[in-house]
Design a protein around this ligand. Sequence first.
Ligand SMILES: [Zn+2]
Length: 216
Amino acid sequence: MSNWHPSSDQLIEYSSGSGSTALSIAISTHLHFCADCRHHVNEIESTAAVVFEQQQALSLSTGSFDSLMAKIKQAPQVPAVQERVAKSPTRFPPVIEKLIKRDTESLTWQKPMKNLRVSRLLKDETGMILGLHHMTSGGRVPHHTHRGNEISVVIEGGFSDEMGSYGPGDFIHLSKEHFHSPQADADGDCWLLSIVEAPVKITGPLGWIVNPFLKP
Ligand SMILES: [Zn+2]
């Protein structure tokens, strides 16, 4: 079970389909691992469906039951969250597998340092960049801060930094207040999904080499 979760606002945004593509993918990835948040999203969607039906009922001027039923039938169907998080025999959550298309080795990788390689998966309509990070077992990334908000979701393995330790599904919010040096767990490689809204500002002596990933 994951210890780090999206905020309630982010889950509501996700449920209503109003979140950005990159954020929706990150949340969908977290939901793959987190039963608590899946339950929360189901509750939000059930509540939204009831509110929708009530609004439809109120909007009827004649009070015709047939007319109400017709309107409900025309309503766009909200896909059940279970469909989006269906278990898959694939290695990563299905939403990530779809983005990777074939396998991780067929992606274009940049290897800014010995222990880290990064691949950009997409840039969404809001300019957020979704990427895959692969840290080798025990590898450390130099100290850096973040100019904008950044979200990381662990998809395999784990890592730790000055704030804590993270495992699969953990949804980690980072901001410019964070100055950290993540290190992959020693017992295996760590794979992360990462969303950045602005280039990482590196502060360590070797830090400049992390930046190529973030070039527009
Ligand atoms: Zn959660």
